[in-house]
Design a protein around this ligand. Structure first.
Ligand code: GLN
Length: 479
């Protein structure tokens, strides 16, 4: 593999500054890697070779004219296809958005461009980010670069596969109930879900708005942090962004000495795979050896997270997906039968099974007569879940848990929707509580990557990333 495609954000910038590399050379290395690899993997839905080369030439000209280089100069980014990039398609993995040409950049994309990145393309996902394997894309499944018989995880599986296979420097994903963290773990990457509201959702095609966040998939905590620092912060175009977010581009205190890390016993009890169990206990041992104080804690509402998540997210999704009538976005279609009838027919034809399932469930749980029994009850449980975390964060600085119950599973092996929902058992509670969490690769005796999840207090993303970086240093994981 061409060594250029494995470079970190910092080393790319340094080589550009030192004139040891041109941006055009770097982009060409990624493009030729995509041509040779991606037919088999299916990470991308759209590769913007011309746009990436044009942006690379423009950056090289700036370098030649002696301009100061922005922090992410030359970083090559792939963007999940539910995030808008002006001039590129945005299908969110759905036929109902085929042909949609978004007229604007998402705030995260505008901020990355201002920081000097090159956008190389749009990546595959489960339709409308509903899923945990990227098999539920309307277009094609994505394969795991570590073992192409297996899924890369989901729903940001295209982004994870693209980074893991060296087809971009970093990628953007979105995480509603684990869609950054689980594919990161399955592909041996770092994936960060920042505190809800710390990164703008403007330009993110909504699934469940009270939980959707955008974040990075990267090969190191340092790279993930650079991306987060560039995209985070208040945005007047997203009223749910927090006013005072300060995500630092630089590591603070990464020493683990004296850090209090809680391991929730209900999460440990939920592990079904011996490799995952062994990896977590090896990680706990290393944390202890590096001076952290590891404490067993209890989160009694753990078992309620998945059922609560799968009441609230379909409710929000059914409302968010109501705008797709098959007429306003995407391909011009036949309007001769009147709007109502045409829309019902097109929604029936163009939505896949999982969005239909969630629209149906959500419409039911929000309906008069049932909302109290389901939607409002779930909101009350959501409050209990938040309170559970608040209580343990009085005792500890961070929590350590597994990411997924098993390593990446074979394509086609999880066919039952409820079994797919169980992929989220270690992920959904964090989303319901709006907390920041990072997946990082940990040592394993098996052939497939295993990740651990660090969970932080709301707004404490800098501490979370410092400890993640400390842990990364304490746990050298071979690629
Ligand atoms: N697996 C979860 C779901 O299907 C997570 C999706 C996500 O985070 N976008 O809802």
């Amino acid at each position: 593999m061409n060594e250029l495609v494995g470079l970190s954000i910092g080393s790319i910038r340094q080589r550009l500054v030192d004139c040891q590399l041109s941006t055009v050379e770097l982009v060409d290395a990624y493009l030729s890697h995509i041509s040779s690899q991606d037919r088999a993997l299916g990470s991308f839905l759209h590769v913007d070779a011309d746009g990436a080369r044009a942006a690379a030439r423009a950056l090289d000209q700036r370098i030649q004219s002696g301009d100061d280089l922005p922090r992410l100069a030359g970083t090559v980014v792939a963007v999940k296809d539910n995030i808008t990039v002006k001039g590129l398609p945005a299908t969110a993995g759905s036929r109902i958005l085929a042909g949609y040409d978004p007229p604007y950049d998402a705030t995260v994309v505008a901020r990355l461009r201002a920081a000097g990145v090159i956008i190389i393309g749009k990546t595959n996902l489960d339709e409308f980010a509903m899923g945990a394997s990227t098999e539920q894309s309307a277009w094609h499944p994505t394969k795991n670069p570590r073992d192409p018989e297996r899924v890369p995880g989901g729903s940001s599986g295209g982004s994870a596969a693209a980074v893991a296979a060296g087809m971009c420097t970093v990628a953007l994903g979105s995480d509603t109930g684990g869609s950054i963290r689980q594919p990161a773990a399955f592909c041996g990457l770092v994936g960060v879900r920042p505190t809800y509201g710390s990164v703008s959702r403007y330009g993110l095609i909504a699934m469940a708005s009270s939980m959707d966040v955008i974040g990075p998939l990267a090969r190191s905590v340092a790279d993930a942090r650079q991306v987060l620092a560039a995209i985070a912060g208040y945005d007047p175009d997203d009223a749910t962004t927090l006013p005072h977010v300060n995500l630092s581009a630089r590591a603070g205190q990464t020493s683990l000495t004296g850090r209090r890390v809680g391991v929730p016993k209900e999460y440990v009890a939920g592990i079904t795979d011996q490799e995952v169990r062994d990896s977590l206990s090896a990680t706990v041992d290393r944390l202890g050896a590096a001076g952290a104080e590891v404490i067993e804690v209890s989160l009694p509402t753990t078992a309620l997270a998945v059922p609560t998540y799968y009441v609230i997210t379909p409710a929000e999704a059914s409302s968010n997906l109501a705008r797709y009538d098959g007429l306003r976005f995407g391909q011009p279609s036949d309007r001769t039968h009147g709007h109502g009838a045409a829309s019902a027919r097109l929604r029936g034809q163009l939505f896949g099974r999982e969005p239909k399932r969630r629209i149906t469930i959500g419409t039911f749980t929000l309906s008069a007569g049932y909302a109290d029994r389901y939607y409002h009850a779930a909101q009350r449980v959501r409050t209990l879940i938040r309170q559970d975390f608040a209580r343990v964060f009085d005792q500890v600085d961070l929590l350590l848990t597994p990411v997924a119950p098993t390593p990446a599973f074979p394509l086609g092996s999880v066919a039952d929707p409820l079994a797919m929902y169980q992929q989220d058992i270690f992920l959904a509670a964090v989303s319901l509580a709006g907390l920041p969490a990072a997946a990082i690769p940990v040592p394993t005796s098996g052939q497939l990557p295993v990740g651990a999840q660090l969970i932080g207090r709301s707004g404490d993303d800098n501490l979370l990333l410092d400890v993640a970086e400390g842990l990364e240093q304490a746990l050298p994981v071979s690629p």
